[in-house]
Write a new protein. Structure first.
Length: 497
């Protein structure tokens, strides 16, 4: 082993966490409980939308704003939330966001009119963005030792990825058994308990402070750019990707983003220091996160439509159908992926997971229209869960590898922003492509069911191609991380830089 490897190993061993080991793992559980509540809420609402439409008299276009209002606030404020955590303290920001989310959940459950529900969902999105933006940064800070960090990020990634399946299950059960109001009321005891425990258990951090003044202009520009960008993406489903409205709003959003980047080069205390992008791992990981999330989002969204419209599954059955993804992802994320990362390195594990995700989407693409769950869905779903359980923890480790304690909140928010904005944009594209392909097949004389299935399969093929592209990016852009041999010695993967 070379001098560099010995010095790195000594530095890792000398870094001691501020909290005792047991307390740190309890803190992680508290953070994951809060994050799970937020992630579940993103999908639990989808199942209840028909009931909400009937009770409050929503039109189809108005009903979309129950989801879109949340997405615009969430996607637009992740980056700002992460940087605020670095500046004034991540624990403080986490608790503020949790309080906002819980209070807004109460308002959602009590809603008796359309404007009230949409406004409450927007506030929910603000709270969700502010609290979730800093969680990964807190995890990285709490677990400086590579092995423990890999295990902690694995657990976090499982919660982030499996929450979608849990939301579908919970939404179907609660809506059918009680009413749609209770999908929001269940957040109250969880949010209050999490906030009380977090306030006592999490270590306080003061942040780096607002020395020389915060970049208010930069904050306004980036928040406006992201919110307008997400709004344009979600509305493109109504107006079309090539419409004048969509292109016009996209141009304004890009202009705001450009002004923000210019501002970051001259601001004394920039909200997004551009020096962060000198890290190949951070830059590459964010691009990979955005593209890979498209494939995952497309699979869940279009897969749900396929199960509902082709196989005629009810909401609860759809949630149960996706359960293998959560189970496979959980079995790997909690422990197994961490050991593999320490043994083979994060980049190798990431690429193995990417291959499995791509294989899952290829199998779905090649599957028949008249599919059977056990024959045509189970194996792709298991592959998707295994691939996600390997890829997402490894990707998070690579993305956060070069971040300093003063920038970890920002790096965390940036990675979440890449997933949400990239996923939303990609899903809009896949949904449009799928609809267009379905229209072409109907024009050619195919039955509606066959045309719908053809559209879904075509979109999955595009998702698979994007995941393959991320494999190439991982192999050529990302730098390998430290891998620990079984006997505990430090080895360094052969650098590809």
């Amino acid at each position: 082993m070379g001098i560099r490897g010995r010095r790195t190993g000594q530095a890792l061993r000398m870094t001691q966490p501020a909290q005792p080991t047991g307390s740190r793992w309890l803190s992680l559980m508290v953070l994951c409980a809060g994050f799970l509540m937020i992630v579940v809420d993103m999908t639990i609402v989808n199942v209840a939308l028909p009931s909400i439409r009937r009770d409050l008299g929503f039109s189809q276009a108005g009903l979309a704003w129950v989801v879109n209002g949340y997405l615009i606030a969430y996607g637009g404020l992740l980056l700002l939330g992460g940087r605020l955590g670095d500046l004034i303290g991540r624990k403080r920001i986490f608790l503020i966001g949790l309080a906002l989310f819980t209070a807004a959940s109460l308002l959602c459950g009590l809603s008796f009119s359309q404007p009230m529900l949409i406004a409450a969902r927007f506030i929910q999105g603000i709270g969700g963005a502010v609290s979730s933006a800093v969680i990964l940064g807190m995890v990285v800070t709490m677990f400086p030792e590579p092995g423990e960090r890999a295990r902690a990020i694995g657990i976090f990634s499982f919660v982030a990825s499996a929450g979608a399946s849990i939301g579908l299950l919970a939404g179907g059960f609660i809506t059918q058994a009680i009413s749609w109001h209770w999908i929001f009321f269940v957040n109250l005891p969880i949010g209050l308990a999490t906030a009380l425990v977090a306030a006592r258990l999490l270590d306080a951090d003061s942040g780096i402070g607002l020395r020389e003044g915060a970049d208010v202009v930069g904050a306004v520009l980036v928040t406006a750019a992201l919110m307008l960008g997400v709004y344009t993406i979600v509305e493109s489903a109504t107006y079309g990707l090539g419409s004048l409205r969509t292109l016009g709003f996209s141009a304004v959003a890009l202009a705001l983003l450009g002004a923000f980047l210019v501002r970051q080069t001259v601001a004394r205390n920039p909200i997004l220091p551009l020096r962060l992008f000198r890290s190949r791992n951070l830059s590459g990981a964010n691009v990979i996160q955005a593209l890979m999330t498209v494939g995952m989002f497309g699979m869940f969204f279009l897969g749900s439509l396929d199960l509902e419209r082709i196989l005629h599954y009810r909401p609860l059955a759809i949630g149960l159908a996706f359960l293998p993804v959560a189970l496979a992802m959980g079995s790997l994320s909690i422990g197994v992926s961490a050991r593999l990362i320490m043994r083979f390195g994060a980049r190798s594990v990431l690429m193995a997971g990417q291959v499995m995700i791509a294989a899952s989407l290829v199998l779905l693409t090649l599957g028949p229209m008249n599919s059977q769950y056990l024959r045509d869905w189970l194996v792709p779903l298991l592959l998707l869960g295994i691939g996600g359980g390997l890829a997402f923890p490894a990707l998070a480790i690579l993305a956060m590898a070069d971040s300093t304690p003063s920038d970890s909140g920002l790096a965390s928010g940036l990675l979440n922003t890449s997933a949400q904005v990239g996923g939303a944009l990609g899903l809009a594209v896949l949904a449009t492509v799928s609809t267009s392909r379905t229209g072409q097949l109907i024009a050619q004389g195919q039955a509606t069911a066959a045309a719908l299935s053809g559209g879904y399969h075509f979109a999955w093929a595009i998702g698979a191609a994007l995941v393959v592209a991320t494999i190439v990016l991982a192999a050529t852009v990302l730098k390998p991380q430290l891998a620990t041999a079984p006997e505990g010695s430090i080895e360094i993967e052969e650098a590809s830089a």
